[in-house]
Design a protein around this ligand. Structure first.
Ligand SMILES: Cc1ncc(COP(=O)(O)O)c(C=O)c1O
Length: 475
């Protein structure tokens, strides 16, 4: 399936897959107007750069907006495009720049390390990598001890490593994943991704069973929480008994489904899931690529909000605040089950590890988790108020500074409206607010700013969104 065949881009300025990253903006400035020869001009050279992008980049590489923008500078929660227009950044480079843009302390740490040595590889001892592993294993909710860490270059690669560890350890190629999940772009990762908009191939090294997504707004049983008894979680027992050997390698899940539209499970969900997994002795892997490092406010790791201790976690994005680094943190027996040699040339390199360490320190020192909780709660409350007042707003959900707004044609039918999401995104961009998009139907707005935002920033985002909802509803 082509990225833009999912319906999300229909009739819309924003083209692309349903699940969050609109696809190729083939029509944007398609007539060549607006180009300025690059570098300068009214649009800062974006139109000309787009032409070049189209010529040499794959056509499924997603770009937001009818007229895609180039972000050339950032500071805290603000970014500027090539034409000098300022935006409040409420997507943080896909839920990544958790400490904000151009944090002087982090730039200093990076520069200092770059002046010493940038790369050595894992065949030599790397002090910052060992220190980072110590910090991460200390912070991790993984049980039982001892716990170890392994570093790679991205979230996808960390997912691959976790799958390798679990399948080796358990001598099984069976994995349980969730419907509506997203775990990355490699064969193993797309094999456990439950979303057709992000599954370009059915080839997979794994035998995957998909459990139900805890998606209350579109409950797979048509039930309502809490009367449902969290039936989606209870159904896991049946999934194990009817679709696996009973001894799969692991179950993997995102504490909040990110690309899936910030689908936030009810409080009991993961407790029930974990107790069923424990009955069968099946390990649990939490994909914390989007939910880690205090973003969800209630806890440092998304899964901790649910009182669950996983056997492994996978993290990336916020760990490096933009630097390419990912990690698996897992019980040592799982990680050490690999019997052949394995290395990562770039994983945990001195530059990335130093930067990630400084970033982790910053997150803890600045108490970003508390900030995400406080500002996130206020933001959630104000957006919930808009849910009451605008029929196009189907549901507001999330935790901390990870808030999804699901848009529908009307509250009665709850029919997903990707067109409304596209319009809102365009209006917000015009008014200087960058937000993300996701959901199986491409109709969920994703708000995930750097955790440095102020209450005023949050208020401005709400004001801009309210204006956009009004425009879309009255169109
Ligand atoms: C939950 C989750 N897992 C894994 C990945 C893959 O990470 P990366 O894009 O760094 O490969 C992503 C990326 O969005 C993600 O959201």
């Amino acid at each position: 399936m082509r990225a833009d065949e999912s319906g999300a881009g229909e009739d819309s300025a924003v083209r692309g897959p349903a699940a969050g990253l609109p696809g190729p903006a083939r029509d944007a400035s398609g007539d060549g107007e607006g180009g300025d020869g690059g570098g300068g001009g009214a649009n800062g050279g974006a139109a000309e750069l787009l032409e070049r992008h189209r010529a040499v980049m794959p056509n499924w590489l997603a770009l937001y907006y009818k007229d895609p923008i180039e972000l050339v500078r950032g500071e805290g929660a603000r970014v500027w495009d090539g034409a000098g227009k300022e935006y409040l950044d409420f997507f943080a480079g896909i839920v990544t720049t958790i400490s904000g843009h151009v944090v002087p302390k982090l730039v200093e740490a990076l520069t200092e390390q770059a002046n010493k040595i940038a790369h050595t590889s894992t065949v030599y001892l790397i002090r910052p990598m060992v220190e980072l592993a110590e910090r991460l294993t200390d912070l991790s909710p993984v049980e039982p001890s001892p716990v170890k860490a392994f570093f790679v270059g991205s979230g996808t690669e960390a997912i691959e490593a976790a799958l390798l560890f679990a399948t080796n350890w358990r001598r099984s190629n069976e994995i349980i994943a969730l419907r509506n999940s997203y775990h990355g772009r490699s064969f193993g990762a797309i094999g456990i991704t439950g979303n057709k908009g992000w599954s370009p191939s059915s080839f997979s090294p794994l035998n995957v069973s998909y459990a139900l997504s805890p998606y209350c707004y579109r409950c797979p049983f048509g039930l309502t929480y809490p009367d449902c008894g969290v039936a989606c979680a209870e159904d896991l027992r049946n999934v194990i008994e009817t679709t696996t050997t009973g001894e799969p390698a692991a179950m993997i899940a995102e504490p909040i489904q990110g690309v899936g539209g910030f689908v936030t499970p009810p409080p009991e969900y993961f407790g029930i899931v974990k107790s069923i997994l424990d009955e069968f002795g099946i390990p649990f892997i939490a994909d914390e690529v989007q939910t880690g490092f205090g973003r969800t406010g209630e806890a440092f790791w998304g899964i901790e909000s649910y009182g669950v201790h996983p056997d492994a976690i996978v993290c990336a994005k916020g760990l490096g605040n933009g630097m390419a680094i990912g990690a698996v943190v897992s019980r040592a027996d799982m990680m050490d089950s690999i019997k052949a040699n394995s290395i990562s040339t770039f994983g945990g390199n001195p530059l990335a590890s130093t930067y990630a360490l400084a970033n982790l320190d910053n997150i803890v020192e600045q108490r970003f988790q508390e900030r995400a909780y406080k500002i996130g709660n206020a933001l959630y409350r104000d957006l919930k108020d808009l849910e009451e007042r605008y029929d196009v707003v189907g549901e507001v959900r999330g935790k901390g500074l990870m808030i999804g707004v699901e848009l529908v044609t009307d509250g009665e039918s709850k029919a997903p409206s990707a067109a409304a999401a596209n319009q809102v995104m365009e209006i917000c961009k015009e008014r200087g607010l960058l937000i993300g998009r996701g959901g199986l139907y491409g109709n969920v707005l994703r708000l995930s700013p750097p955790l440095v935002i102020t209450e005023d920033d949050a208020a401005r985002a709400v004001e801009t969104l309210e204006f956009a909802f009004g425009e879309v509803q009255n169109a």
